[in-house]
Design a protein around this ligand. Structure first.
Ligand code: ZN
Length: 587
């Protein structure tokens, strides 16, 4: 078309598709050392000037592909979002910390970290050394963005240290957040089906080991070292919609436990199969037992592998697959069969598009059930999948449960007895991989936090940090936003008393304004000040009930003392005078 006379211009006119030149950008990608001027593009009606950077699909591409322009854009966007959250929540009023955090993680973070796997490389811990390996500058910038967000969530003072803020809000530190997002992007790419253009480069063996001239994909694959080939592939299209609802079996899910017990009792099917899955010691296994009158019981079991690669949902589906295989291999099975499953999600999966992690097994189950149905006489054969609550004393179910527990520890069968689909290694479940990675990141964070000075100090008050417990306590409905902010400031030892204010030169004296005797420290205000004895009485009574001494660690560490403590702070009236000054100091 380009070589044709008149070219694209004529074509666009005759086909009512006018060309939008304002959206056309010319960029000459070059090595970062190359500073030559880029050539211009001459079109019949105009000349296009080359640009240094341009936005495409929400990401700003620059000439040297170092992503600096996009990183600056991210910082700007992050600052805007932090301001938006601060409009809803202030130290003295606004939504509770829990909802503010939810807003930050579900709305602000996805916008700020959009396509993070492209413009940022997570820090690599493989090599020891003073210099971080990865996009250190971008991570530093993102740290400041996240800090602004957490300050808004927790209603804390701007002198608060970032690591303590993250620990109390239970928000992963910036470098780990980026690692988590990049890992998620990589897992997502690893699940792409064969017909996707990215399938080949992601699954290519050399993608991980490329040493020179690496693109973002190679860098990511090298940093996160994941075997994409073993990952389950999620199909790009759903299960044939014309076949939805046309299942080769009936599904029964009783409404309540009474109906369930009644159905279990009345189940007069000739063949009854019970399935169960179990996870023990970090490993998972599934089993199925076939019970038929006047015949010996038949067992099948399968060990899936470590819990970090498989989910409970998947185990139940494997159990179902084993059950169908047992029914398929049964002789003279032109009769009614029922399979008892103790997981509703596994049964409900068949009504969906079958495009979620683990659903490759559900597709296989449907195919196997169809094959079994075709072989049987339609008049006599029927198959029902029935939900049954586990551990309610149904003998078959208990047997299957005992077997599954044994299998979980690693017991396996010879391949020939298993359904053909399970004879080769089972694909890794992306959800399980993500969960295992999140656990590992939380562990890494906790270990790092406990090593720091501030972490050691916080552990004395609450040994469980970082944990979502504090955020939950502070989001109590009975607690006002102002009281929640005061309590978080107390936790952090950045509390607006004269000792603290004097340190930042906000007051002339560090002495207590009530008794003027001692310096106004947190211990003085909470435990010793003689002017607040009357107000402190209720708090002392609460502590006495627990048969403990009144200490700062006790007051801040026990979640049940949160309300009495907030009442004490309120009743002293210490902060009422300074209400007008508060926002200037706190914001
Ligand atoms: Zn005092």
């Amino acid at each position: 078309m380009i070589s044709r006379e008149g070219g694209v211009e004529d074509w666009s006119k005759t086909h009512s598709s006018p060309l939008e030149y304002s959206k056309l950008a010319l960029i000459n990608f070059a090595h970062r050392c190359k500073k030559d001027a880029s050539p211009m593009l001459y079109l019949p009606c105009r000349t296009i000037q080359p640009v240094e950077s341009t936005k495409y699909l929400g990401v700003i591409f620059d000439r040297n592909l170092n992503w600096k322009v996009h990183q600056a854009y991210v910082v700007e966007k992050g600052a805007k979002w932090a301001v938006q959250i601060r409009r809803l929540t202030r130290p003295t009023w606004g939504i509770t910390p829990k909802f503010a955090k939810q807003l930050f993680t579900s709305v602000a973070l996805p916008r700020v970290l959009y396509a993070v796997d492209l413009w940022c490389t997570p820090v690599n811990n493989k090599y020891d050394g003073p210099k971080m390996v990865g996009s250190a500058r971008a991570i530093k910038q993102f740290t400041s963005v996240q800090r602004a967000g957490v300050l808004a969530i927790m209603g804390r003072l701007r002198t608060s240290p970032t690591d303590t803020l993250n620990a109390s809000a239970f928000l992963l530190p910036a470098s780990l957040t980026i690692k988590k997002w990049c890992f998620r992007a990589m897992v997502r790419m690893a699940t792409l089906p064969r017909d996707h253009p990215l399938h080949k480069p992601v699954n290519w063996k050399r993608t991980c080991s490329t040493k020179r001239h690496r693109g973002p994909l190679q860098v990511l694959a090298n940093t996160l070292s994941m075997d994409a080939k073993k990952m389950e592939k999620i199909p790009s299209t759903g299960w044939n919609p014309s076949k939805t609802g046309e299942l080769p079996f009936r599904i029964r899910i009783p409404v309540d436990k009474e109906a369930l017990a009644r159905e279990a009792k009345n189940a007069s099917k000739e063949i009854q199969v019970f399935t169960d899955g179990s996870a023990q010691g970090g490993k998972v296994g599934a089993s199925a037992i076939l019970i038929r009158k006047d015949r010996p019981d038949k067992f099948l079991h399968y060990h899936l592998g470590p819990e970090a690669e498989h989910t409970v949902h998947e185990v139940e589906l494997v159990g179902l697959l084993l059950a169908l295989h047992l029914i398929g291999t049964e002789r003279c099975s032109a009769t009614s069969c029922s399979v008892a499953v103790d997981n509703q999600a596994a049964l409900k999966a068949f009504d969906s598009e079958l495009r979620n992690p683990g659903h490759h097994l559900a597709r296989e189950i449907l195919q196997l059930a169809n094959r079994v149905q075709k072989r049987r006489s339609k008049r006599k054969y029927s198959l029902t999948l029935r939900w049954t609550a586990g551990h309610i004393g149904i003998p078959g179910n208990e047997k299957a449960d005992r077997k599954a527990k044994k299998v979980a520890s690693g017991l396996s069968l010879i391949n020939e007895l298993l359904p053909p689909y399970l004879r080769k290694p089972l694909l890794i479940n992306p959800s399980a991989v993500l969960r295992a990675n999140n656990d590992a990141l939380n562990k890494e964070w906790s270990q790092d936090w406990h090593k720091t000075e501030r972490g050691k100090r916080t552990i004395k008050i609450d040994s469980t940090t970082p944990l979502a417990k504090l955020l939950k306590t502070l989001s109590n409905k009975k607690l006002s936003r102002e009281a929640a902010s005061r309590l978080t400031q107390l936790q952090l030892q950045h509390f607006l008393l004269n000792k603290y204010l004097h340190r930042f030169k906000r007051t002339d004296k560090a002495n207590c304004p009530a008794c003027s005797k001692d310096k106004e420290t947190i211990a003085h205000f909470l435990l010793h000040c003689t002017k607040y004895v009357f107000e402190r009485w209720a708090l002392v009574q609460q502590v006495k009930k627990r048969k403990k001494d009144l200490t700062i660690e006790m007051l801040l560490g026990d979640p049940e003392l949160t309300l009495p403590l907030a009442n004490y702070i309120n009743s002293t009236g210490r902060f009422k005078v300074k209400q007008d000054e508060y926002p200037q100091i706190g914001s």
